[in-house]
Design a protein around this ligand. Structure first.
Ligand code: GDP
Ligand code: MN
Length: 377
């Protein structure tokens, strides 16, 4: 899985690498009021390099310029990638640009540090034009980063003693990150020398081994986010409110009204179960809409059990029951559904859901949560 720059930046920050946190938005106007020192750099968030050349990296000297830059970049097409998000971050003053990455070499089954004093442009181009300016240093998995690597590579880039020490730190942190995040690649291009003489990270590109994502909660959350974004949009289209909760959850909840939803989440959490997403129907849902709600919620990554808790007023229990039956019979939903409803047409609703093998009725919120508990434990 390729991470977007803003995601890779978050992980790099947590790994102690020297870089600045940006703000990432889908609407340019959301950058209004951002507290930063200008100039800022506004960057397209897409899973490809070469954004600079394609016009996906722009500078802003004040708020208006920053917002204009964001407007210009959102919606762009960069090498076939549609730009939906931009990140704004304080621009780093650049004295010189270097290239640094750690890749996993399949042939030697080792990580390799790749460094070049010629940064900024793509490494393939450096390889073509000036192959002698690329240093490839395999890492012994037992010894890790050699304590003199920073000195050696820093020497090639003409760094002074303190800067070589900073480079050594960066090498060690990047290697630790690449190792414990199962990276196929962790690339910093450009790594820069500032006029003040410090080394800073100005771009972050990370590819994580797909088969390791299950054990990397922070990466898994990014992956889930990608899957839930279209669900939020689809729910909104139908006038539902879809709210993702915890990535590790396996229970999804449908209710009407935020108070009802919150008390469901509270009770479920208190019984040591975890909610992965909830959906607020709003008032007055038809069977058709309930069926959509069930489908959308069960599309949540990790969703295994659905709890439906409805207080029927404007929303009638028989419509809710009809929607559940449609979901089971027409969409083939087989995962367990626990339903509790109370109010208008409750008896009629009960008749409608009778005989559905994966649907359990509970007479009360507390009872419903207990049924869920029995299912999950
Ligand atoms: P890429 O083209 O997709 O790799 O995007 P980058 O993040 O590498 O940005 C492209 C170029 O924009 C870099 O090589 C830098 O020259 C410039 N750039 C990016 N971030 C900064 C920054 O913080 N300050 C300055 N001065 N230039 C930047
Ligand atoms: Mn770059």
């Amino acid at each position: 899985m390729d991470l977007m720059e803003y995601q890779a930046r978050e992980l790099f920050l947590a790994a102690g690498l020297p870089l600045l946190r940006g703000k990432t938005v889908e609407n340019a106007e959301d950058l209004k009021g951002l507290e930063v020192k200008y100039p800022v750099v506004v960057k397209a968030q897409v899973r490809t390099g070469g954004r600079g050349k394609a016009g996906g990296v722009k500078f802003g000297n004040n708020e208006q310029e920053m917002i204009d830059a964001a407007k210009a970049i959102i919606g762009m097409d960069i090498k076939g990638h549609h730009v939906e998000k931009v990140m704004a971050v304080e621009a780093v003053d650049i004295e010189r640009e270097f290239y640094l990455s750690i890749i996993l070499d399949r042939n030697t089954k080792k990580h390799v540090v790749i460094f070049s004093p010629e940064g900024g442009m793509e490494i393939e181009q450096v390889a073509k034009e000036k192959p002698e300016a690329i240093y490839k240093m395999p890492i012994d998995p037992i010894l890790g980063i050699c304590s003199t690597l920073g000195m050696y590579l820093g020497g090639k880039a003409g760094l002074n003693k303190d800067q070589k020490k900073e480079l050594q730190q960066i090498l060690e942190k990047l290697y630790a990150f690449a190792k414990n995040h199962d990276c196929m690649m962790a690339e910093i291009n450009p790594l820069v020398l500032t006029p003040e003489g410090h080394i800073m990270v100005c771009d972050a590109k990370v590819t994580v081994d797909d088969s390791a994502i299950f054990r990397l909660p922070d990466v898994k959350a990014y992956k889930d986010e990608e899957k839930t974004a279209p669900l939020i949009a689809e729910a909104a289209e139908k006038n539902f409110l879809y709210i993702p909760c915890e990535a590790k959850g396996n229970i999804v909840v449908i209710s009407n009204g935020s108070g009802m939803l919150m008390s469901c989440i509270d009770r479920i959490t208190k019984r040591d179960m975890t909610v992965s997403a909830v959906l607020d129907l709003g008032g007055g849902a038809t069977a058709e809409r309930i069926q959509h709600a069930v489908r959308i919620l069960f599309s949540t990554p990790g969703a295994e059990y659905l709890f439906i808790n409805i207080f029927g007023g404007i929303t009638r229990c028989d419509e809710v029951a009809g929607g559940i039956r449609k979901a089971v019979e027409e969409l083939g939903v087989t995962k367990p559904i626990v339903v509790r409803f109370e109010g208008t047409n409750k008896e009629k609703g009960l008749e409608i859901i009778q005989g559905l093998p994966n649907v359990t009725f509970a007479d009360g919120l507390r009872e419903g949560v207990e049924v869920l508990y029995e299912h999950t434990h």
